[in-house]
Design a protein around this ligand. Sequence first.
Ligand code: ADP
Ligand code: MG
Length: 364
Amino acid sequence: HRLVVRAGILTATGPKFAAEEVLVKGTLGEGSYGQVFEGALSRNGATERVVLKRVKTRVEGAEEMGQMELLLNVYASQKARGAIANFMGHIEVQPEESNYRLTPGLWLVWKYEGCRTLSYYLKRRDCLQALARDLAVPEKAVVATVMKQIFECLTALHNAGVVHRDVKPLNLILSEEERRFKLIDLGAAADLRNGTNYAPDESIMDPSYCPPEQYCLPTSAPHLGRQLAPLKLAISPLLWSRHKPDCFDSYSTGLVLMQLAVPKLRSSSGLKAFSKALQAYRCDLEAWRERERLSPAQTALLDAEDGAGWDLAQALLRPRKLEVLDNGGVEFTNEGSGARLRVFAALKHRFMKQAAVPGSQLAD
Ligand code: ADP
Ligand code: MG
């Protein structure tokens, strides 16, 4: 039903592998919807290291989400190559081909690029040192460099018309070879050019990283997935320029910046307390900062260069003028000087001058 309506482009499912070509190995990670394994893909006499994701069958709506994730990976790997983990294709495992590890159903396949997410680093006591080592940048450049990588990936995705909607440390993977973070987990992403995985009244996002408005477009916006292709092409640019749905992801990146820069916000309890307080202060970071009485060690990275980090974080975490309707829907705007900073514009913020310049990374 909904799948048919929302996925007018179900034909674009990309390369397909045979069940007999893959071997499932150890677990790499698990989220609320998927289980992810390392694996081996053997074709034409060669074997490659891959990442395999299967959607948890017992989670409600998971099957449809898997289909959407497939479509979005196919689309984004064409339109925003390099911004997301290197997607290879999918496998449709039939019951008779299955075994206790390779269970029946849809599997997604990526090239193996590494096993460390940004969350792995945030949990380490030596977070910034470990990042400095693995990214090969000076320690004082780490926060701006990681943020730059995140902004670059998101800008590419946004330019392709896709809002990620689930930006968080667990959904950023370090490509060991390229020494940079890439986005993973397009399960909640919305393609606001074609309408894939987007319904106006649906918000499906980790509450810890979700902006206060909860939706990337006002709930009264037209249901893109239900429009005919020529109409989509006409409507989509209007929706983008009017509502700036990419600002949904801006907010999440603001929280990631705060976690990277302020050690006490790296734990999930620290982040939750921060989010709650921020809501109470109506996203006024200055008020939070005054109230919190943080030690200089906690805020040094935000204080540097005349408070460049504070300024960027505040711009990303700005509230949108919000109106909650009687039917539970929301309307909001993002105009004027108090508007939330857009991701592509964040790349030009003065804080970004602290990022390492690619190519001269080891020179401090
Ligand atoms: P979910 O939709 O359940 O959140 P994710 O796609 O986020 O699933 O994957 C869950 C975890 O698996 C991630 O947090 C990460 O640790 C690991 N993972 C997912 N994709 C990759 C990948 N391409 N490379 C390495 N690890 C990955
Ligand atoms: Mg995830």
